[in-house]
Design a protein around this ligand. Structure first.
Ligand code: CO
Length: 137
């Protein structure tokens, strides 16, 4: 079951410049950063009450964010993520309804989570991520 908006991810061409804009200039808090090798992204977490903004940048110039930035060199909204309390049940339920995912099953995400992405053609062109955080259950 979907429980909340987990985060909104923005693809950024220059991670440090983006952190400076969002935190120093706009006033959001910096919650840390993490390289997610499985997703080939370098991610900065900016917590906002109830959710967070994630700035995502290609790790070593590769991966899906690099492809995204080739099409949108100035960056842009990449995906929105909903937290689920049972990712396997939600995947099974949505598959039964005809939705398709970009991977066979959930893969390791940031902070020990398990994540999966719905194909954007399923949701009005928006890439939707589902995330399960074991420590939150
Ligand atoms: Co995400």
């Amino acid at each position: 079951m979907i429980t909340r908006l987990d985060h909104i991810a923005i693809a950024v061409p220059d991670l440090q410049a983006s952190i400076r804009r969002f935190c120093t200039d706009l006033g959001l808090h910096f919650g840390g950063s993490e390289d997610v090798v499985s997703a080939r992204t370098s991610t900065a977490f900016l917590p906002v009450p109830g959710t967070s903004i994630e700035l995502v940048h290609p790790l070593e110039g590769q991966g899906p964010i690099a492809v995204f930035l080739e099409k949108k060199p100035h960056g842009g909204l990449h995906h929105i993520c909903f937290a689920t309390d049972d990712i396997d049940a939600d995947v099974q339920r949505l598959r039964a309804l005809g939705y398709t995912f970009t991977s066979e099953g959930p893969t390791p995400g940031a902070h020990g989570s398990r994540v999966i992405f719905l194909h954007p053609r399923c949701f009005d062109g928006v890439l939707i991520e589902l995330a399960y955080h074991p420590e939150h259950t």
